[in-house]
Design a protein around this ligand. Structure first.
Ligand SMILES: Cc1cc2nc3c(=O)[nH]c(=O)nc-3n(C[C@H](O)[C@H](O)[C@H](O)COP(=O)(O)OP(=O)(O)OC[C@H]3O[C@@H](n4cnc5c(N)ncnc54)[C@H](O)[C@@H]3O)c2cc1C
Length: 497
């Protein structure tokens, strides 16, 4: 028997049809779920559509899921709250991490899914979901092959050794991640997917415990989308301070560079109908000039960096994702980069202008001694000078006994005046979201699949990634791989219904 009451947050009675005003009020407060019965009783007319599969979010995960669902024969719509495909997938650098690829074979790189699985185990997989990590190890390379060989996404000629494993697995799009996103968009268009932009999913429609649609809001109208299955691919929640406080409290106050739509509303829709949450408080991110992002380009790994205590704290040439975690644990989550006049003179004209800008705003200081520059910027002067002296000795010796940095292109800091710049970090994604199984069904708090509800991408990556990012390229690959499988599984279930 169908429910005839709004499920949460309201006591609206079953037998009363909703007026248009009530419906709009419901949309306005973003109520997370309504029963089908309440909707079918709506007195006023509003837009309604019926599909086999609805995908929420048009990032790499959602667009891939939609394209694959349609390829399997499902009538599919992808709804996106922004007027464009503006998720993190549209602004990402474009590295995909995976093993056993055609490109690795072409380059003579020996690697297998077993090797990748063993690497994931070293990066915390045993704390999360082994089955999901095995699944990703087995299918990540397949996704890169699909993008490169089938969809003809252009990739760079070399593969990077990301993470802490020596094996080269970082397959980089030729220009940026948009190469992949535009290719899957073309693929989805070719399969007949309908895209609805400016369409903000607000609530899931539930009938007898089964998800059967989505309520959405557009600038023109409220829309009811009926469907046999729904895939939530709404990305992470770095732009939602309350969710960061709740799920990633260590990262409160850290600026973010993720897509503007990533406020966690898709996640909230699912949580409010009883979806379980899987996550361990992690994020990934990058080094960043939080006071003026234009100055981020001045961050140089050939320089020496110290913390507020004036101590050198990291191999400046390590993976920037790993340095992110180190900076996150430093006082104030900032670090100071020290350069001398010879280094500044070698910068490009554009970067020299940025230095001038930084000097005016105080993000960069300049002084005749290291101690004075450190004092001005707020680092311990004596310790900073000692760190620079030790670094100069390291350059002279040709070996970094402290952090094992490769010293190629690194020089002594000796010509006054000296420059010290302040940099920080920004998040690039949140690790945590829907608890899922390897069919990409969303699980409830009792670990049972919620009928009709699937997920893909960052909104459900907490089963794959523990606290720290295993390697650059795992976020995009998880988005596209989960999209492929969520799309196929959701279509199969929809077509059987
Ligand atoms: C600057 C930057 C660089 C990065 N570089 C890399 C990289 O090189 N390699 C890598 O592996 N990872 C990288 N990442 C991480 C990676 O981009 C993400 O993990 C991945 O793109 C997530 O894809 P997604 O499809 O799950 O989410 P997204 O691409 O963020 O898409 C989610 C979409 O859902 C929409 N949406 C949200 N809520 C709703 C709603 N209620 N209704 C309708 N639509 C909604 C959003 O507007 C958005 O368009 C980077 C991240 C950033 C920010």
């Amino acid at each position: 028997m169908k429910q005839h009451s709004i499920q949460k947050g309201t006591s609206a009675s079953s037998s009363h049809a909703m007026t248009r005003r009530q419906f709009s009020a419901l949309m306005g407060i973003g109520l997370a779920s309504v029963s089908l019965g309440s909707l079918t009783g709506c007195a006023q007319k509003h837009e309604e559509h019926t599909y086999d599969v609805i995908v929420v979010g048009s990032g790499g995960a959602g667009t891939t899921a939609a394209g694959i669902a349609a390829q399997h024969g499902a009538k599919t719509i992808c709804i996106e709250k922004l007027p464009w495909q503006g998720g993190s997938s549209s602004i990402a650098l474009g590295t995909f991490y995976g093993s056993g690829t055609v490109q690795q074979q072409e380059l003579g790189i020996t690697d297998t899914p077993d090797d990748l699985y063993n690497y994931f185990l070293k990066r915390g997989a045993e704390h999360v979901d082994l089955a999901m990590n095995r699944f990703m190890a087995d299918h990540a390379g397949e996704t890169i092959n699909w993008l490169r060989e089938d969809l003809k996404v252009p990739f760079q000629d070399t593969i990077k050794g990301n993470g802490t494993d020596k094996v080269q697995r970082g397959h980089m799009c030729k220009n940026s991640a948009y190469d992949a996103l535009s290719a899957v968009r073309t693929f989805a268009d070719d399969q007949g997917v309908t895209f609805a932009f400016d369409t903000d999913a607000r609530s899931l429609i539930v009938d007898n415990g089964r998800v059967v649609g989505v309520l959405a809001h557009t600038p023109m109208d409220d829309v009811i989308y009926h469907a046999k299955t729904v895939i939530i691919a709404s990305g992470g929640f770095c732009r939602n301070d309350d969710m960061i406080q709740t799920y990633c409290p260590d990262y409160v106050g850290v600026p973010t560079e993720v897509g503007v739509g990533l406020v966690g509303s898709g996640l909230q829709m699912g949580l409010d109908i009883g979806a379980g949450f899987a996550g361990n408080g992690g994020t990934n991110g990058i080094l960043f000039c939080d006071q003026d992002r234009d100055l981020t380009a001045l961050i140089s790994q050939t320089c020496v960096w110290v913390n507020k205590n004036g101590e050198r704290f990291v191999n400046e040439k390590a993976q920037s994702h790993d340095i992110y975690y180190k900076v996150h644990h430093e006082p104030d989550q900032h670090f100071f980069q020290i350069q001398d006049t010879k280094m500044i003179n070698k910068l490009t004209e554009a970067n020299k202008l940025s230095v001038e800008k930084g000097l005016k705003s105080g993000i960069i200081v300049k002084a005749d001694t290291i101690e004075e520059a450190a004092r001005q910027i707020g680092a311990d002067p004596t310790a900073t000078a000692a760190s620079v002296a030790a670094y100069n000795q390291i350059i002279d010796s040709g070996t970094d006994s402290q952090f094992n940095k490769n010293l190629t292109s690194c020089n002594k800091i000796e010509t006054a005046p000296f420059y010290i710049s302040t940099f920080g970090i920004a998040t690039h994604g949140s690790f945590g979201g829907f608890d899922i199984n390897t069919d990409f069904q969303i699980l409830n708090e009792e670990k049972e699949a919620i009928p009709g509800l699937y997920s893909a991408g960052e909104v459900c990556c907490g089963t794959f990634i523990y606290q720290d990012y295993p390697a650059g390229g795992c976020g995009l690959n998880f988005a596209y791989t989960s999209g492929r499988f969520a799309g196929a599984n959701a279509a199969e279930e929809a077509l059987q219904a």
